[in-house]
Design a protein. Structure first.
Length: 358
């Protein structure tokens, strides 16, 4: 179990460069820095699992940049950049709260223990002794208060539909692990993540940026939602044995490892033809074809997913990340291709081009 205690009482001020390098290491590894001081900011970057926030940031940026493209090419409502960025900030706050909610309820329900996977690859907020249950609950409430303030601000300007999007996301966030529903325990966690990181985040940010929403935006959110779902599939494949022993029936537990690895591969593969089809039919601009630069990474990840998980970390694999395996590969692919998709949408806005048949 990861039990390193954060040192936030250094005798001498820590140079800002060392702090930044420490935060960078946390964002790359989801673990405390090995050779640098861990300050309070770094501690909470670890506890909120900030290393995975890029998936949420991409979702929000995709929604806002689709709004920019709609305003340019379809005569859509103008984009309010302040509300766009406020919505993205709200998504990150919600993701941080979600991660801590999962840790809180998985601990109180007996799923997270010292020998369960969650406590092995990174410090667990409660089990590591970094915070108490009460302190974690207080942090969860504080973040949800901030999130509620952002939601109400956006709703006051854009209308009550914003609240519907936000509450739908909150429902999945809380009841992903919280009783009595526990979506994750019944094979519904993966569909919930698809819904949140796709239609709800992308569509919600589009709504915040423009005050409008259209079915094509929800459709355009599907490819990236598949990528994020592939990451969760990878994580749950890594935890099949542990989850089976606890009676946690994630989709990979229900499918079995071999079939789950196949589904995980197709979730990643499907992103590409869908995105290409959207570009070729003019649903989005052609710069999104930059995602094809992610194919070499995809092929590398597919090779990993074709084989069972190794018995131990291979040479060169970061020990901090073990016993996770498939999730790391899927996350690297999603982070890279999500960035390429976002860049493509940005170029659609800044340097618009049209395919000759459109």
């Amino acid at each position: 179990m990861q039990t390193a205690t954060p040192d936030t009482t250094a005798s001498a001020p820590v140079p800002i460069r060392e702090r930044l390098l420490g935060w960078k290491e946390i964002l790359e590894t989801a673990n405390p820095p090995r050779s640098r001081p861990l300050d309070t900011v770094g501690k909470w970057l670890v506890l909120t699992r900030a290393a995975v926030f890029p998936m949420t940031i991409w979702s929000g940026l995709i929604g806002g940049l689709l709004a920019v493209e709609a305003a340019r090419t379809q005569g859509g409502a103008p984009v309010d950049w302040g509300l766009f960025l406020l919505a993205v900030a709200g998504l990150v706050v919600a993701h941080a709260a979600n991660n801590m909610i999962n840790d809180y309820f998985d601990t109180t329900s007996g799923v997270d223990t010292d020998d369960y996977v969650r406590a092995l690859y990174a410090p667990h907020p409660i089990l590591s002794g970094w915070v108490t249950k009460r302190q974690l609950a207080t942090a969860i409430v504080a973040l949800n208060v901030v999130g509620a303030a952002i939601m109400l601000t956006l709703a006051a300007i854009r209308g009550p539909l914003i609240i519907a999007f936000a509450l739908a996301g909150l429902f999945v966030s809380v009841f992903y692990v919280a009783p009595p529903i526990r979506l994750k325990h019944h094979g519904l966690g993966e569909p919930g993540v698809f819904l949140v990181w796709g239609p709800l985040m992308v569509g919600g940010t589009f709504l915040a940026a423009t005050g409008t929403i259209a079915p094509w935006v929800l459709l355009a959110s599907v490819p990236y939602a598949l990528l994020v779902t592939s990451v969760l599939f990878g994580k749950h494949i890594d935890k099949i044995a542990a989850d089976t022993a606890l009676g946690v029936r994630t989709l990979p537990v229900i499918l079995g490892e071999a079939r789950a690895r196949t589904v995980g591969q197709w979730l990643m593969i499907a992103f590409y033809p869908l995105t290409i089809a959207f570009a070729l039919t003019g649903l989005v601009g052609p710069w999104v074809l930059l995602v094809l630069l992610g194919v070499p990474r995809l092929l590398a990840v597919l090779r990993v997913f074709r084989q069972p998980k190794p018995a131990g970390p291979p040479p060169g694999y970061p020990e901090q990340g073990w016993p996770l395996w498939f999730v790391g590969w899927a996350f690297i692919h999603t982070r890279r291709v999500g960035g390429l998709l976002t860049l493509g949408l940005l170029l659609n806005a800044l340097l618009p081009i049209r395919l000759p048949w459109l």
